[in-house]
Design a protein. Structure first.
Ligand code: NDP
Ligand code: 2IT
Length: 446
């Protein structure tokens, strides 16, 4: 129940209208819960119908992707691009290939991306795209044919100053390469239309590491501010061992943390003395981390990735997928000594898990702030493409650190001013909202 009758009315309306979109409703609810007092204190938000305007995507594109598998069978998938909000800059956000992709997941991701991108302080609107195509078990040729056919429709909706997609779950360097190759063939031009490109054709150094590294930089700022401490010697568990999880684990280890647990779709691995990070590094390259790790290492293993949350740690970094950590998992983490949770994934914690952490005074880094390093370096990639000049590794890494520090300060300052110093969820929502709200008023009713 929201305190502002206006917010409650808008929430009831969207819940009725988008009844079959639970992830989107969840993202809106979390956001509205942070905005309650500010909306009551600021009548112009209602007068300008700001919330109604914010929760409606500017454009929702759905299209058919037809492709042929290696056996010659014709396959049909659904392709999407949701161009959520362009108040601050061109639409920007990743593409996800995963069977769970549908209207609801696309809209929640586009909505979150809008606020995340606002927090970076950079000129970026919010978007997301994807398909229910499942890349697991597909051959390289099948992946290429799918990507090419997806781009055959997507190309007409994107452009370096219109909408710039990137990777997400199931879309990495290989897929971005195939997507970019097809875009270039159709448009006959090399532009910064996708980010996360290979280094040989316009990619940026540090882009592939940026989300995971940025997450650790954000956690470092939190530990310094709230506990006058560092990540050194802290026991960390990281779920997911893809682009985000792997690089978060590696950076945490480099900074002196003890990475005790990781997971992938097949299960989890846990060693209270710390995983062998050289082996993790070698195995993550080809996927299947958990299955292969247990062939050569003694450790605790379970075939349900969710059971990772039952293992003791001090810092938990959920870096896999939405709603991977529920109330029961949250209780187990707290009981076993976890004092900080940092979201590398988008909305990995359910709303009741998030609320439980709050009641237990757990330090909590919301995804839209803590995982913004990836999209920030994407903007650096766009800048390098526009300049036709690549930046050095240390230059990009320093800029990433600066951006993560700034995001933390923005969230922390807004939390102090509008809620309480520990409420970074509200801090992130309010700080990003204020930037978008200012642009909305200045750009008029469009
Ligand atoms: P990847 O596809 O590279 O990796 C996803 C990882 O999660 C894989 O290791 C996968 O296992 C694992 N996984 C999937 N489902 C589960 C599950 N239920 N439990 C445990 N592990 C699971 O994706 P990314 O690393 O790019 O994205 C991960 C998250 O981070 C997503 O929420 C994404 O939106 C978010 N994010 C990504 C950014 C980016 O730049 N890539 C930026 C900001 C946020 P397996 O390999 O076995 O399938
Ligand atoms: O969720 C995200 O921020 C991403 N998948 C990265 C988006 C981007 O445009 O780099």
């Amino acid at each position: 129940m929201l305190k502002s009758p206006y917010l409650q009315r808008v929430f009831d309306e969207v819940r009725n209208k988008d009844l079959n979109q639970p992830e989107f409703i969840q993202a809106v609810e979390t956001f509205f819960l942070s905005m309650d007092e500010l909306v009551i204190q600021t009548p112009s938000i209602e007068k300008n119908a700001v919330m109604e305007r914010l929760i409606e995507p500017e454009r929702f594109i759905q299209f058919k992707v037809t492709w042929v598998d290696d056996q010659g069978s014709i396959k049909i998938n659904r392709g999407y691009r949701v161009q959520f909000n362009s108040l601050l800059g061109p639409f920007k956000g990743g593409i996800r290939f995963h069977p769970s992709v549908n209207e609801s997941t696309m809209k929640f991701l586009g909505f979150e991306q809008t606020f995340k991108n606002a927090l970076t302080g950079l000129p970026l609107g919010g978007a997301k795209g994807g398909s229910d195509f499942n890349p697991i078990g597909k051959s390289d040729q099948e992946i290429m044919r799918f990507c090419q056919n997806y781009m055959l429709e997507l190309y007409r909706h994107i452009g370096p100053n219109t909408d710039v997609p990137a990777g997400d779950i199931g879309v990495g360097n290989r897929e971005i390469g195939y997507l970019y190759g097809m875009y270039k063939k159709i448009q006959n031009e090399h532009t910064g239309v996708l980010t996360g490109k290979g280094l040989s054709y316009g990619g940026s150094l540090v882009r592939k590491e940026a989300t995971g590294y940025g997450l650790c930089y954000f956690v470092t700022e939190m530990l310094k501010t709230y506990r006058r401490d560092t990540i050194e010697d802290k026991k960390v568990i990281v779920s997911g061992s893809g682009k985000v999880g792997y690089h978060a684990a590696i950076k945490a280890f480099e900074l002196g943390a003890v990475v005790v647990g990781m997971s992938d779709i097949n299960g989890f691995i846990y060693d209270q003395n710390g995983l062998d990070m050289k082996a993790v590094s070698d195995l993550c390259v080809n996927g299947d981390l958990t299955k292969k790790y247990i062939e050569t290492h003694e450790c605790i293993y379970g075939n349900n990735p969710r059971d990772l949350w039952q293992q003791p740690c001090e810092i938990a970094m959920p870096c896999a997928i939405q709603n991977e950590l529920n109330l029961e998992d949250a209780k187990a983490l707290v009981k076993n000594g976890c004092f900080l949770v940092a979201e590398g994934a988008n909305m990995p914690c359910t709303l009741d898990a998030e609320n439980y952490f709050r009641t237990q005074n757990i330090l909590f880094a919301p995804g839209k702030a803590a995982n913004a390093g990836g999209v920030a370096v994407s903007l650096f990639e766009m800048s390098q493409n526009a300049q036709h000049y690549p930046w050095r590794y240390d230059e990009v890494d320093e800029k990433l650190k600066g951006i993560m520090r700034d995001i933390f300060i923005k969230c922390y300052s807004a939390a102090i001013k509008y809620k309480d110093p520990y409420d970074l969820i509200s801090g992130a929502n309010i700080a990003s909202f204020l930037r978008i709200y200012e642009a909305m008023l200045e750009e008029g009713i469009v």
